[in-house]
Design a protein. Structure first.
Length: 474
């Protein structure tokens, strides 16, 4: 390619290249996934840590200040596909790394060794905003006025939010179209898509069925696809790693642990470190742990049980096809309380295998009970997260018990979404009842090991004092 920014097939036996403005989400030749690639020498990116100097900017009208205000675009030299005037931003990515010493103590780890990257601080409440700002920026560059996604909840919330704000004042609005599966989305997330005005289509099927249909519709109707199959989405998600490193003063942690659903985050993280290492901006690469829910464990089964590996990009595609045939023959569909990672056919499987190779990674699975217990544990120590987020902490606990991670290593768990995304699940865990119940039953029957159940109390001063543990004197 003559342009220093281009798209390239990840299959090394193909390696076809395409212009940055070519709208396609798989290789025309072999069907492989695409990367956004950069000729770093021609782009003259500094090989020093010049971006140590923090950019915080303002939310005002100045383009550079608005870009600096974004926790994605203040790293724009490391995703240089867009001009500053094309950037679509809502102030996403202003998230911080939290040192979680009380959680570390509960896991029998040393203070300063467990960190939580809390992406629930994003405007829509999840990590998706990091990728969506990049996807919408590309949509603006292409002049696309309709966008679509399949979603288990967070993607639709983020896309609908960006669509509602993407058009400049006086321009026609951008239409967001959301495909969700029947009964497969938490109400807190569905409410966001509806509130932001997205056309929401509830498909009779699961996420994988929605994904197939949204790809077909996008292709036939010229609608811009904003699932993580879109390689520009992953460019934005790389910046989660930059913020973690920045939070650690650019000292490399020993482990990054992330929930695994459609595998966009894990794919982006490996690409981030590939590029940072190429530019000489990191001395070493942390290890990666991807944590599946046991009810949506395709990657775990293929990688941990069946030995599937990146193999220089020449992955055993027949092994993947055989796994999917087995799933179909057995009527097996993803099913987990962690709806954000309830995905049976992850579209970024190939890139995730590359990340596991680059980052010397491991894959584990945790069951729903463990996810909910660790969600409660995280909440008890100050960070409300959705169930999928807690898979990373449950995975850390498991890897500590296995001895894969030592208790004096430094670990970052990525919390992908805010706890209010799925408050019904939280209330049911703690109280054992539907969150919409008119009043608590007496007695309350909680379902979780770490439940903090509400106590029904009469409207009586003595009874209230007794419940507090301070009997009324006199």
């Amino acid at each position: 390619m003559t342009d220093p920014v281009y798209q390239k097939c990840v299959n090394p036996d193909c390696s076809a290249t395409y212009a940055v403005r070519d709208v396609l989400f798989s290789c025309r030749g072999c069907g492989g996934l695409l990367d956004v690639c950069y000729d770093w020498d021609r782009l003259e990116v500094s090989r020093s840590l010049w971006f140590f100097e923090r950019r915080w900017g303002t939310a005002g009208r100045d383009l550079a200040a608005r870009a600096d205000y974004s926790g994605v675009w203040r790293f724009r030299e490391l995703l240089p596909f867009a001009r500053i005037e094309d950037i679509v931003t809502v102030g996403e990515g202003r998230t911080t790394l939290q040192q979680a010493d009380r959680l570390a103590a509960a896991l029998n780890m040393k203070p300063g060794h467990v960190f939580l990257q809390y992406e629930g601080f994003n405007p829509s409440g999840s990590f998706k905003d990091n990728g969506m700002t990049a996807g919408f920026t590309m949509a603006r560059m292409l002049g696309r006025r309709r966008v679509a996604c399949a979603s288990t909840g967070n993607t639709s919330a983020s896309m609908a939010m960006f669509a509602s704000m993407a058009a400049p004042a006086g321009d026609p609005p951008v239409q967001g179209i959301v495909f969700v599966g029947s009964g497969k989305v938490a109400y807190g997330k569905l409410a966001q898509a509806l509130d932001h005005g997205a056309l929401t289509l509830q498909i009779d099927g699961d996420f994988d069925a929605c994904m197939r249909r949204v790809i077909e519709i996008s292709d036939k109707l010229g609608i811009y696809l904003l699932n993580s199959l879109n390689p520009f989405r992953l460019e934005g998600q790389k910046t989660i790693m930059y913020r973690i490193l920045e939070g650690l003063d650019w000292e490399i942690p020993d482990w990054i642990i992330v929930p695994g659903g459609n595998l966009g985050n894990s794919s982006a993280f490996g690409k981030a470190f590939l590029e940072l290492a190429h530019l000489g901006l990191v001395r070493r690469v942390p290890r990666l742990a991807i944590i599946n829910a046991a009810g949506a464990n395709t990657l775990y089964d293929l990688f941990h049980n069946r030995g599937l590996r990146w193999n220089g990009g020449r992955i055993d595609r027949e092994a993947v096809a055989a796994k999917y045939r087995e799933m179909d023959a057995q009527g097996q569909r993803a099913h987990t309380i962690a709806s954000a990672i309830e995905i049976g056919r992850p579209v970024n499987l190939t890139k995730a295998l590359r990340s596991l190779d680059v980052m010397n990674g491991v894959v584990r699975q945790v069951d729903d009970e463990s996810i909910l217990d660790h969600k409660a544990m995280v909440g008890c120590y100050g960070y409300s997260c959705e169930p999928a987020s807690a898979a990373s902490v449950a995975g850390l606990h498991l890897l500590l018990d296995e001895g894969v991670i030592s208790r004096d290593e430094r670990v970052v768990c990525v919390l992908t979404g805010h706890g209010l995304k799925d408050s019904d699940t939280t209330v049911k865990y703690h109280a054992g009842i539907d969150a919409k119940a008119a009043k608590w039953p007496d007695p309350v029957t909680p379902t979780g090991k770490l439940s903090n159940h509400p106590i029904p109390v009469p409207d009586d001063l003595a009874a209230i004092c007794k419940a507090i543990g301070e009997p009324l004197a006199g």
